[in-house]
Write a protein that binds this ligand. Structure first.
Ligand SMILES: [Zn+2]
Ligand SMILES: [Zn+2]
Length: 260
């Protein structure tokens, strides 16, 4: 199966990633993708003084990006951290009343609101897991479902890699019923058999319960944009239905964008 979009990729802005948006767009074009989504980290992991809104102006100026580059449609997104068991997202409790040149910019908003208002979509992921210690399975299940219910969030990132013990069926059917996506993440494979088994278990239940997935690379360098080698093998090994790969091309994915 050809997969012609990549909805989870990072640029230099993410600090532990290595390519520019132009390099990623060119790589996407070279690999025959129709659509590239850029989803840099919107997270406390990037800066020790992470409440300073100045760090996030990268997201404020994305209007200057072309909508198409090297023949590839370009989407503006972020990978936002889930920060508590209520499924709240990074920046929801940080005040952001300053713009790019440190001037007050009108109405009050949270950093989450200011950063995401012009983005096309968000992926919600857990990275720093301290807040999940001792959390019950049902709390973790609710956390993922609540995070998904944010209007800009279209997908949960790498739920098979994060290592949280949530109820798979409840989370994936909630995603299906909200017309949102479960991610199968290429970057999760090749280094831990337990993670592979968990991802496979999730994928099998998605097939059985008719839940659409997004197959993403989570590329941190342009070389990896559009390379789905492990995902292809996994999809084939479980004979996953092509119709449930929502991002197999731009047309099959477009209804998942907020406002479409
Ligand atoms: Zn991630
Ligand atoms: Zn990522």
């Amino acid at each position: 199966m050809e997969i012609r979009t990549d909805l989870h990729t990072h640029t230099l802005y993410s600090r532990h990633a290595y390519s520019t948006i132009e390099e990623n767009a060119r790589a996407a074009s070279d690999r025959g993708l129709e659509l590239l989504g850029t989803t840099d980290h919107f997270s406390s992991m990037l800066y020790s003084d992470y409440t300073d809104g100045k760090h996030y102006q990268y997201f404020y100026n994305m209007n200057c990006w072309p909508r198409e580059w090297y023949g590839v449609k370009l989407l503006r997104g972020c990978e936002v951290d889930i920060v508590d068991l209520d499924g709240n997202l990074f920046g929801h409790d940080i005040n952001a009343d300053k713009g790019i040149i440190d001037k007050n910019i009108g109405e009050a908003d949270s950093l989450y609101g200011r950063v995401t208002r012009k983005l096309d979509y968000c992926i919600a992921s857990v990275h720093m897991k301290d807040f999940t210690i001792n959390a019950s399975k049902s709390r973790l299940t609710d956390m993922y479902i609540k995070a998904l219910s944010n209007s800009k969030v279209i997908m949960l990132g790498h739920i098979g890699r994060t290592g949280l013990d949530f109820d798979i069926d409840s989370v994936i059917t909630a995603a299906r019923d909200m017309h949102k996506l479960i991610e199968i993440n290429e970057h999760s494979f090749g280094w831990d058999d337990n993670i592979y088994d968990r991802c496979k278990q999730i994928l099998v239940r998605c097939a059985e319960l008719n839940v659409p997935v997004s197959v993403s690379t989570d590329a941190h360098i342009s070389y990896d944009v559009g390379r789905f080698d492990y995902c292809h093998k996994l999809l084939e090994s479980v004979d996953f239905p092509k119709e449930l790969v929502a991002n197999r091309d731009a047309q099959s994915f477009i209804s998942y964008l907020p406002g479409m």
